[in-house]
Design a protein around this ligand. Sequence first.
Ligand code: GLU
Length: 449
Amino acid sequence: MSNYVQKVLEDVIRRNPGEPEFHQTATEILHSLEPVFEIHPEYEEAGLLERFVEPERIIMFRVPWVDDSGKVQVNKGYRVQYNSAIGPYKGGLRFAPSVNLSIMKFLAFEQTLKNSLTSLPMGGGKGGSDFDPTGKSEAEVMRFCQSFMTELYRHIGPSLDVPAGDIGVAAREIGYLFGQYKRIKNVYENGVLTGKGLSYGGSLIRPEATGYGATYFFVEVLKHLKLNIKGMKFSLSGFGNVAWGAAQKITQLGGKVITLSGPDGYVYIKDGLTQEMIDFMPVMNGWRHNKVSEFKDKFAQVDFIAGKKPWGNVDCDVCMPCATQNEIRIEDAKAIVAKGIKYLNEVANMPTTNEALEYLQNNKVLVCPSKAVNAGGVATSGLEMSQNSMRLSWSAEEVDEKLQGIMRNIHEQILQATVEYKLGYNLVAGANIAGFDKVAKAMMAQGCV
Ligand code: GLU
């Protein structure tokens, strides 16, 4: 590693103690960016990397609310406004007990490069809370969202920072958040949030977009390799909104989805998900019990394997993690390689540890990185923002066509970076470089800010 990149990385680790996920993403991204700094010594002179690894602003706040028994609860609230070089901060809100500053910062860092890859004018941000929606009543979720927005509203806006959903935040939460924003600001600015319901400015295809986009990206990879998705078997994790979109599109295009998973284990569907099963996914997700065993309760013909992850345990062509960070660890990577699986299409943000990633790449598994693969979600959020600004809405076909074009373009940009930097077909490094390129040019043009 060059001295400059190495030094910046060491500083990141030293100056952000106790933030393992942030260190992990910084290590992975900075390694890939090394050749860029060799070609552009002016970036080093401008202190570009030192600025790039430091979020522009971090907001942390108290979220007090009263539960159904009348007891006061307090959660932590976060918004990391990471980089606004190419547009207003943009990125989801995550409500999950595991949320902490390290996770918020890694997600916001990834989001900055991901949003750049979409070619839409969106900077990077992320936020959320350690609030756990599992088992909460509708009224508790609403009170929590209102309290969260009572602080957040002063830091966001359609041209400043536009949050959306992520784990634990979907149309229901976005509705409550928007209601409170509108009430406090006394203005109808629906471009302040994306992932809204259709009746108040949401976009068609947004719920499906992350999973559709992930499949479209993989289809581009297959086209490049002169292969076809028909008959390919996909092992997915998760059963939420992202896995649902992917399952629909894979099945429509002739592939088979043979696993889903939850924190309690995974289900194996030998002949692939049927339409009835796909339609059941959002129903089960809506119960918010977070148990994939309920899939087995409904469909007796599937197998439920308690306490295990699907990775390398079933014969498939593609592993497609759709749940959360670091769900593929070194032992999973070894199992994937041992099974002869050739592709990892990452849909969750940073689902693979750096050690597992290195092992997979050294053993010829083609890794399609999450910041490219899952960019269809935020890209469709960008399309929602455009529709809100124009005060009109596009048809599902129009949005879907634009989404396909964006995913094709992301693959094309990555390919160009891999050719320019002679990386072979290394999509991980190519995505980091292509995403960084645009942000770096904008930061250079805007001076030392
Ligand atoms: N949370 C999603 C992501 O990780 C979507 C963000 C958005 O739509 O702003 O990209």
